[in-house]
Every structure is written in C-alpha cells, then in structure tokens.
Design a protein around this ligand. Structure first.
Ligand SMILES: Nc1ncnc2c1ncn2[C@@H]1O[C@H](COP(=O)(O)OP(=O)(O)O)[C@@H](O)[C@H]1O
Ligand SMILES: *[C@@H]1O[C@H](CO)[C@@H](O)[C@H](O)[C@H]1NC(C)=O
Ligand SMILES: *[C@@H]1O[C@H](CO)[C@@H](O)[C@H](O)[C@H]1NC(C)=O
Ligand SMILES: *[C@@H]1O[C@H](CO)[C@@H](O)[C@H](O)[C@H]1NC(C)=O
Ligand SMILES: *[C@@H]1O[C@H](CO)[C@@H](O)[C@H](O)[C@H]1NC(C)=O
Ligand SMILES: *[C@@H]1O[C@H](CO)[C@@H](O)[C@H](O)[C@H]1NC(C)=O
Length: 677
C-alpha cells in the first residue's frame, strides 16, 4: 500500500477514496477501480489497464475469480465464534455479451472459507461449486448470484435473476433482476443483467435479525429503499470463523464478459460508499475488447475523416456478418427447406425485442414474429443448446425436423429451424390464443365453457392418438400438460413442444438420464423403469383431463408441505363418496352437462391408473370420448398418495425431480421420443 505523507485526517479520507487499493485494515475494504490492486486472481480474471476487473474474457466454458487477499473475521468473538457478524458489501458490475438474447453464465459475490476454488466448475457452477459438492453443507459458502442462464437442475426462476445461495446453486431465495422504485407507487422495474449497462448490487447481512437483503439498481441511481430480496437465513452455521470475500464468474457456451468496476465491504457496518467519479468507465457494448477510455481523452487530434468512413464501412459489413452469423453444416443440406435464415428471424421479431416476448418456457424464450417474405405469423423459440457436438446436434435436428413433418389439426406445426453458435431457433405456427393453462388459471381471462373444455380434451386425445398409432413412427410426446396445449384462432387445442428432451438429456451429464417431464404428470413407473412409453403419455393425459375438468393443478401446494392436494386422489375420493360433481371447476358456475362431466372425470381417473397395463390406449380413449364404448369403473383401491411415496423413495428418480415434487409443479423439460414401430 502506498502511503502518502499527509495529515491523519486526510489519511483516513484517503483510505476511503483511494483508487485501486483494498484499504481499511481487517474489517473493511474498498476498491474504487482495481488499478494496482493486489487481488488474488484466478482463471480468466485480469485487471485491465484502466482498472476494470475483467472476471471473464470471451473464451467459453472457463471461470475467473478474484479474492480480497486478507482473511476477514466473519464471526463474533463475543459469542466465541458461534454467531455470524453483520456485514455489508457492494459492487458495481457490467455484463457484456455478444448475443442478442443470451449471455452466460453470470457472476457472484461470495464468502468462502479458503481461496482455493481450483475444484470448482465453470458454466452453471459459476466457478464456485462442482457437481459433487454442490449443496453440501461442508462448503461453508455464502453467495449472491447474478444468474443469466436458466438452469432447471437448480430450480432457476428465469435466465435473468438474482439469487441468494447457501452452499450450492439452488437458491434459497431468488427474484427476477430489477428494483422497486422509491416513489409512492413502488413499481417494480425490470433490469436486464446482460444489457452491458453498469449496475450496482448491495448485499447486507444483519447478524441480529439474521436477515440477508439484496438490492440492485442501475449505476448512478441512489440505492432503492426497498430491497429486491429480503430473506431470513442464519449465516452462523454457514460462515467459517475466518473467511475470504470474493467475486466469481464463469462462461458457458456464449461469449460473455463479466466486469467489476468497484467493490467494498465492511463488517459490522455499512459498506464504504464507492466513489463513482473515480470508477473506471463501464465497457461499451459492442466494444471489441471492452476497452473504453472515456475520461482520459488524449485522443490524437487528427482523425482523418476518410479513414473513419472506411472503418465504418468495414465495421458495418463485419457487423452484419456477425450479427446474422449462423452455423450451417453439410449434413444439414438434407433438411434444406426447413432451414430458415437467422436474418429473417431477427427481422421477424424486431431483433428479439422484449415487446415480442410471448413467454419463457423450460427451454428458453418464445417470441412472436412475422416472417418478412411470407408475412406468416410465427412463434420463434430460442433454445439454448448445451451441446454443439456435431453428432448429437445432427441427430437432434434430424429428430426435430422429422417430427416436424407431422401434420395434424391438433398439433402445432413446426415450420422450420435455424442454428447459431449455442442457439437453436425453432419456428412454429403462431397460436393467437396462447396456452390452455393460461385460460384455466388466469383469473382475468373469461373462463372456458364446458363445451370448449370438452373440445380441447377431444382435440388433445386425437392429436395424441395420431402420434401414438397413426404416424409413420411411434412418437411419445413425454410432456402432455395444460401449458403445452395451445389454442389456435378457432380455439382448437393443439399439442406443442416436441423433440427437445433428447437434447436436454444430452446437454446434461451423459452418465445420468434425467426423468424429463413435469411433476404431477409423470407416471409412477418412470421412477423405476425410466422408459417412456405411450402408457406414460396416457397417464399424463389423465392428469390433463382432470386438470381441465376441475380447473386445478394435478398437484397443488398449500402453505405447509403436507398440505398438498393431489388432484387424482381428491377426485377419486369424491367419486367414491358419490359427489364427483362437486369437483368440476367452480368457474363453470354449474353450467355443464352433469353426465358428460362425470364421464370425463371418470376417464381422467381411468387414464391415471398407477399400473400402466390398466390404462386404456389412446384409441380406446377416443372411443370413450366419442361414446362408442362405455368407460370402465376407476380402480376402487387406487390411492395415488402411495404413488407419490413411490416416486419420492425410488432411487431411480432424480433428487432434483423429487425436489420439484416437493416445491412446485414447474416444468423441467419438454420432450418427445421416437421409437421404431
Ligand atoms: N406456437 C405458439 N404460439 C403462441 N404462443 C406460444 C407458442 N409456443 C409457445 N407460446 C407461448 O410461450 C410460452 C412458453 O412456451 P414453452 O417454451 O412451450 O413453455 P414450456 O417450456 O413451459 O412448455 C407459452 O406459455 C405460450 O404462451
Ligand atoms: C482468456 O483467458 C484465458 C485464460 O487466462 C486465456 O488462455 C485466453 O487467451 C484469454 N482469451 C482472450 C481472448 O483474451
Ligand atoms: C465463551 O467461552 C468462555 C470460556 O470457554 C466462557 O466462559 C463464556 O461463557 C463463553 N461465552 C459465550 C457467549 O458462550
Ligand atoms: C486446492 O484444491 C485442490 C483440489 O481440491 C488440491 O488438489 C490443491 O492441492 C489445493 N491447492 C492448494 C494450494 O491448497
Ligand atoms: C459433503 O462433503 C464431505 C466432505 O467433502 C463428504 O465427506 C460428504 O460425503 C459430502 N456429503 C454429500 C451428501 O455428498
Ligand atoms: C418484467 O419482466 C417480467 C417477466 O420477466 C414481465 O412479466 C413484466 O411484464 C416486466 N415488467 C415490465 C414493466 O417490463
């Protein structure tokens, strides 16, 4: 540390204003820029000449981290080291990505017992944990993550969130990135982490109330009063006695740079305020190396206009090339007509503008667009692909395109696809009435009438029958549920979402086969066999039928864990009690044909029989629905809570799948599988 000969008062001041040095003894530090800072850097992390800390460069699948070198005492001596002290940290960061819609993987502030992160993995592990130690209490790591990729295995809420992590990446609490404005309305304002804009994060822990609060804001704004996250977590068992504060980041398949411009921390007090005027300039988006010298403008006076114009021209050409760059390989020639130009999709969606965002699903964002040539309305699904291995991708594209040839009035047609580095874009027909679950759950939408519901059930049954028995290959959909049923302009139900599970399986560790699907729709035998069959689809269809008739989720969660409502159990119970009519959706206000409703509920129960052999085939289901055959009695002894226990205890089930079961019935994937007939 360079000391200057000044009075004691200004020495203290200097401690707070000093640029580039961690200052403040053993209970606080501040870096207003990192010029000359003695951080312990690892991986890709470097301090750039203007004082920015670049945790990652554009190399993919690597990590970078930085530690404040000195250990800090995080526990309170007064309690003999049993209680964690209050602390407060803040830092300014900027995430710059070369892609329009994706970045990755994010960055985290953390406190760890040592400075050795050599065993941690990049990508979704943020350079903090690895597959073996993720979630293990012996890690003693507390972190706040700025996560820009949706990792279903950690239960991530979206691909742009802030999460509080204890010992692992399944966040204890998480919120979409943004802040609450200080005015009376207190509106929530979204922020996009990968926008390249500099933002500031504050992390505070109050040792007395054991509350962790996290606040995010654009740089230059004063700290919002209401934190984004405020959660009670006692960090006493988490933090080790002496620990190190660090910043960590990692990249996945996408070229993303994570920068930190300033950082401070204090124990038992507020983090020393950063001196914004002395922070390095945030990187400019699109700037080649993130070099921007904004303030020390000593630019040469002569900048020949001609050279500039030529440079601009070249830049435009290059930019065009890169902006619309696609990955195209010889083997794709056979899929020729299905291949769409990225440029067209980019234009169709106004550059993947958030105004065009229809929704975010398990695999990525879905945008509405209008194809420039044909003026067709389309839905473009941007799938973040984990796997660029040629063989895997080839097989996958072949499957998607092959299934995409399916033409049926109750199936959403795939119009084509496009491939970019790390991205697969699937283009579907646009369904103006959105997904069925929105109609069932959204209290604002007009409720669906009984005839509309019956029509949707019939439509899905007929689409599924086509996949199972009438197309050239047996196709198991694997993820039948209300949110995968879309409604076209005439309110016809159409099955969506094909073919993605294969890639999902491949993208994760090849050693483990995840059970992909959605809790509440997963047939119990999947726990032991893991084999999807038409009968597992029939099970899911049964849950779907009950969901549509009752207007309730297959598994509903009350406040307490044991307060779970399993729809099939409940309907069966009411069935045996003789008042199955009481289970029909109250939003129907009693306006439905009671006999029809009873038949449909019965059908739902028969299809969700726990034994696969006892379920009807889709052909039988269609016959039942057409009234050509009587629906059998639901099995009298069947109690699906036994089924639930089976699912939870079976070794075959992924622990994460089980945790979905216990938390919320979220989609963990989308799918279909083709087997030879
Ligand atoms: N073809 C489409 N037309 C209109 N909206 C669609 C289409 N496909 C998907 N969406 C919308 O995008 C959202 C996300 O879709 P999706 O990724 O399929 O969800 P999930 O992965 O949860 O099944 C859906 O809720 C739906 O509203
Ligand atoms: C990124 O960092 C890695 C690791 O330090 C290094 O090998 C690589 O050359 C860097 N890449 C660029 C483009 O600077
Ligand atoms: C701390 O330890 C000392 C000696 O073991 C003991 O006398 C004291 O009561 C302890 N204090 C607390 C707060 O546990
Ligand atoms: C860091 O951890 C790795 C594996 O966990 C170990 O092999 C290595 O020796 C450690 N390095 C130091 C300096 O302790
Ligand atoms: C947690 O880590 C410790 C030490 O590395 C190890 O002994 C233990 O088996 C791990 N626990 C689990 C559940 O993996
Ligand atoms: C913020 O984002 C969420 C989802 O990411 C969206 O539902 C909401 O409408 C957005 N709000 C604003 C004001 O843009």
């Amino acid at each position: 540390m360079q000391l200057k000969l000044v009075s004691v008062v200004s020495l203290v001041l200097l401690h707070f204003l000093s640029v580039g040095h961690g200052v403040g003894g053993d209970s606080q530090f501040i870096y207003n820029g990192f010029h000359g800072a003695q951080l312990d850097l690892d991986g890709m992390a470097v301090i750039e000449s203007d004082g920015k800390l670049a945790l990652t460069n554009v190399t993919s699948q690597l990590k970078g981290s930085a530690f404040h070198p000195a250990p800090l005492r995080f526990t309170d001596a007064a309690t003999n080291g049993t209680a964690a002290r209050s602390f407060s940290a803040t830092f300014v960061f900027a995430i710059v990505t070369d892609y329009v819609t994706v970045g990755g993987n994010g960055l985290a502030f953390f406190v760890a017992p040592n400075k050795n992160l050599s065993a941690a993995s990049p990508s979704q592990f943020l350079g903090l944990f690895n597959k073996q130690n993720n979630g293990n209490g012996t890690n003693h790591v507390f972190a706040v993550e700025l996560d820009t990729i949706l990792n279903p295995e950690f239960g991530d809420i979206n691909s742009n969130h802030v999460g509080v992590d204890v010992n692992g990446l399944a966040s204890v609490a998480a919120e979409p990135a943004g802040y609450y404005s200080d005015d009376d309305a207190g509106d929530f304002k979204n922020l996009t982490l990968i926008s390249g804009d500099a933002m500031q994060l504050w992390v505070d822990y109050d040792g007395r109330s054991t509350v962790v609060s996290v606040t995010l804001a654009p740089l230059g704004m004063s700290r919002p009063i209401k934190p984004l996250i405020s959660v009670v977590i006692d960090l006493s068992p988490v933090l080790s006695d002496t620990a190190y504060a660090g910043l960590s980041s990692s990249t996945g398949p996408f070229q993303t740079r994570h920068y930190v411009l300033g950082w401070s921390l204090a124990l038992d007090g507020a983090a020393p305020p950063l001196d914004y005027a002395n922070l390095p300039m945030p990187p400019r988006v699109g700037d080649d190396k993130g070099r921007s010298k904004g303030r020390d403008v000593i630019l040469p006076v002569v900048a020949p206009i001609l050279a500039l114009a030529v440079a601009a021209g070249v830049f435009l050409l290059v930019w065009r090339r890169f902006r619309y760059a696609e990955v195209r390989e010889d083997w794709e020639l056979e899929f020729g007509p299905h291949r769409l130009a990225y440029k067209d999709l980019f234009r169709a969606t106004s550059g993947f503008d958030s105004k065009h965002l229809l929704g975010v699903g398990g695999f990525g964002r879905v945008y509405k667009g209008v194809l420039p040539k044909s003026k067709t309305e389309v839905a473009v699904k941007v799938v973040v692909s984990h796997d660029n291995a040629k063989q895997g991708m080839k097989q996958f594209v072949a499957e998607v395109v092959s299934i995409g040839r399916v033409r049926h009035r109750n199936i959403v047609h795939l119009l084509g696809y496009c491939r970019r580095k790390g991205e697969l874009l699937l283009v579907y027909e646009y369904m103006p009435n959105g997904s069925l679950d929105n109609w069932l759950c959204d209290q604002h939408a007009p409720p669906l009438s009984w005839p509309q519901r019956l029509r949707a059930i019939r439509g899905v049954a007929s689409g599924l029958l086509y996949l199972h028995e009438d197309w050239e290959q047996v196709v198991v959909h694997r993820d039948i549920k209300a949110s995968n049923v879309l409604l076209d302009g005439e309110m016809n139900a159409r099955l969506g979402d094909f073919g993605l599970s294969k890639m999902y399986d491949r993208g994760s560790d090849p050693q483990t086969t995840h059970v992909v699907g959605t809790m509440g729709y997963l047939a119990p035998e999947l726990a032991s066999t893991r084999r999807v069959t038409p009968a597992t689809d029939v099970f899911a269809f049964g849950s779907f039928v009950l969901e549509v008739a009752c207007g309730r989720r297959p598994i509903e969660h009350g406040a307490a864990d044991d307060n779970r409502l399993i729809l099939a159990d409940w309907v069966l119970e009411r069935w045996h009690a003789g008042d199955v009519g009481a289970t029909a959706d109250p939003r129907l206000c009693g306006v439905y044909d009671a006999e029809e409703a009873a038949a449909v509920l019965r059908l739902g129960l028969v299809c969700s029989h726990p034994a696969p052999a006892a379920r009807p085939s889709m052909r039988q289901v269609v016959q039942y629905l057409d009234g050509d055959e009587p629906i059998p009695e639901p099995a009298p002894t069947y109690r699906s809570f036994t089924m639930l226990a089976m699912m939870q205890n079976a070794d075959g089930f992924d622990s994460y799948a089980a945790s979905y079961l216990l938390s919320s019935p979220t989609s963990v994937g989308v799918s279909s599988v083709v087997s030879d007939r």
